[in-house]
Design a protein around this ligand. Structure first.
Ligand code: F6P
Length: 552
């Protein structure tokens, strides 16, 4: 297999970068009145405008050649057919099967999986419906009023992000809470307002070995037992989602309250599975189906659209253009929708845990840059916080901006102002403000020449800062499903081009192992000397203050 940097398209892109890097997007727009038409795509109610990028048609042609030479289409085929493309864990990657609405059988590593997916989904919907209609009763025959999802990473961020994003679709007399942090503040703050008689916990952990989740789950169980007294009563307040049924049973969850996950679903791709139980409880089965449908539509688009019209492919290639040729280090995700406030955090795991890797699929070190640093926040809030750096800083930070054209409870004065901001920001980032423009403006304000000269450098905006804009009609379940799937496939395509296994996460292991050893040392509470001098000193300082009394 040819190394990425030896591919003919890669070499041409290097030269093309040198030839075009100094062209300002202003010029590109001025030269081509059809630029928006050439560089925008529509998918159902999602408009994807990528014209405000430092690209020409030649850039796109070369990037598309790169995708072909990296065998994006062959790898895509292998993923959808259930081939074990997660080579370090010998697993297929079949999150797309969880939302497969085609009625066609699906397979993971040769085994048919669609029937058990559908059985499990039905069980999830049944439980959710019982809770939503107050038929699921706690030990004292009172209906459940509060559901607490205990999980972390993919067992937390996806469900939390979707529940928040679809707030207008949620049932309002049921409260869904999310606890992820092992820091006791998280569970303490959550439990202080809850009543054990009317609270149901979902322990969401694919492995059922994650320390953070198990410690929180144990605290929740103790809190319940205090009031409920018997294991039998407990069963009415505890359910689990896991691929490790044995451990969940040992923990005290009744087997009939355990929902299955499979090895072929990665944690960060699992919100479509029973891990989405809290979502189904919040928005109901019909809306959850719409979420799956939106994602499935994108799967079909990704599988069938020509690469040049394939939105996830274009998103991925533009990202590669900046990451590998402009050497930009990061990407900003900026939703102009308050309900999407956890979308950047969700994508952070999806992207950085997938492609934040330094060796390729064969285990060889890569000699090119891989996954970017992804960060983001609500666009409006960020304008008053870090957009300064986006506009005038020394770093090139390509940004994705996303906004709904209308809202569930749209208030025209709010929404028009919101939209004016997203449009203004993408325009300002692209056009900037030249020296002549600033000078003319200050002269018009009647400022003396010496003051104009002094102020000038601070008021210039270089512009030429790239953005993608996604506009969608409203953030309904179907559209959200589509948006998430677009990003999932973008990450997949980038992983293929960078020749990574995007579906393992060995990089999270070392810290886990060290934490376990240090926990043993902290429990013994004798001074330590087996670490580096900083770590020894920090642990010993902590121990010397005897901060916590052992409960036993
Ligand atoms: O530590 C990282 C990780 O393994 C993620 O990949 C995963 O989403 C998260 O922990 C939670 O894992 P689990 O669902 O097995 O508790």
């Amino acid at each position: 297999m040819t190394k990425l940097t030896d591919l003919p398209a890669w070499k041409k892109l290097q030269q093309h970068y040198l030839d075009t890097k100094d062209i300002h997007m202003r010029e590109l727009f001025a030269q081509d009145p059809e630029r928006y038409e050439s560089f925008s795509l529509k998918f159902h109610d999602i408009l994807f405008d990528y014209s405000k990028n430092r690209i020409t048609q030649e850039t796109m042609d070369l990037l598309l050649q790169l995708a072909e030479q990296a065998d994006v289409t062959g790898c895509r085929e292998r993923m959808f057919s259930g081939y074990p493309i997660n080579n370090t864990e010998h697993r297929a990657v079949m999150h797309t099967a969880l939302r497969n609405k085609s009625g066609e059988p699906t397979y993971a590593d040769g085994e048919r999986i669609d029937e058990e997916i559908s059985t499990e989904l039905d069980r999830v919907k049944l439980l959710a419906e019982k809770i939503r209609t107050r038929q699921w009763l706690g030990h004292s025959n009172q209906p459940i009023t509060d559901v607490v999802n205990i999980g972390i990473g993919g067992s937390h961020l996806g469900p939390l992000m979707v529940t928040e994003a679809l707030h207008p679709y949620s049932i309002h007399d049921l409260h869904i809470h999310y606890v992820s942090n092992i820091d006791e503040n998280h569970i303490n703050n959550t439990l202080e307002t809850l009543n054990p008689d009317t609270t149901l916990f979902i322990i969401a952990s694919k492995s059922f070995t994650t320390q953070d989740t198990l410690v929180n789950a144990m605290t929740a169980k103790d809190w319940l037992m205090h009031k409920l007294e018997s294991e039998e009563n407990l069963h009415k307040h505890l359910v689990a989602v896991t691929s490790n049924v044995k451990m969940a049973v040992e923990f005290g969850v009744a087997e009939e309250n355990i929902f299955k996950m499979w090895d072929w679903v990665g944690g960060r791709y699992s919100l479509w599975s029973a891990i989405g139980l809290s979502i189904v409880i919040s928005i109901g089965a019909e809306h959850f189906d719409a979420l799956l449908e939106g994602a499935h539509d994108v799967d079909e688009h990704f599988k069938t659209a020509p690469l040049a019209e394939n939105i996830p492919v274009i998103m991925a290639l533009i990202g590669i253009w900046y990451n590998n040729f402009y050497n930009s280090e990061s990407i900003a995700i900026l939703p102009y929708d308050q309900n999407m406030h956890r979308f950047p955090a969700y994508l952070q795991q999806a992207d950085m845990e997938s492609n934040g890797k330094g060796c390729d699929r064969s285990g060889a070190d890569v000699d090119y840059s891989t996954g970017p640093i992804l960060f983001g926040e609500i666009g409006i809030a960020s304008q008053h916080a870090f957009y300064q750096l986006l506009h005038q800083g020394t770093k090139l930070v390509p940004a994705d901006m996303l906004a709904p054209i209308s809202n569930f409870n749209c208030i025209a004065t709010h929404h028009r102002a919101l939209m004016s901001n997203i449009f203004a920001q993408t325009e300002a980032l692209m056009t900037g403000k030249t020296e002549q423009e600033v000078k003319a403006e200050l002269q018009q304000q009647g400022l003396p020449d010496d003051e104009i000269e002094a102020l000038l450098p601070f008021k210039i905006f270089p512009g030429n800062r790239p953005t993608n804009t996604f506009l969608f009609y409203t953030l309904n379940p179907k559209t959200l499903g589509s948006l998430i799937a677009l990003y999932e496939h973008k990450i997949f395509v980038q992983g293929i081009v960078w020749n990574l296994n995007s579906f393992d996460q060995w990089g999270v292991e070392l810290g886990k192992v060290l934490a376990k050893n240090i926990l043993d040392e902290i429990n013994i509470a004798d001074p330590v000397s087996n670490h580096d001098s900083s770590t020894n000193a920090l642990i010993n300082y902590y121990l010397s203050l005897k901060p916590i009394k052992d409960p036993n």
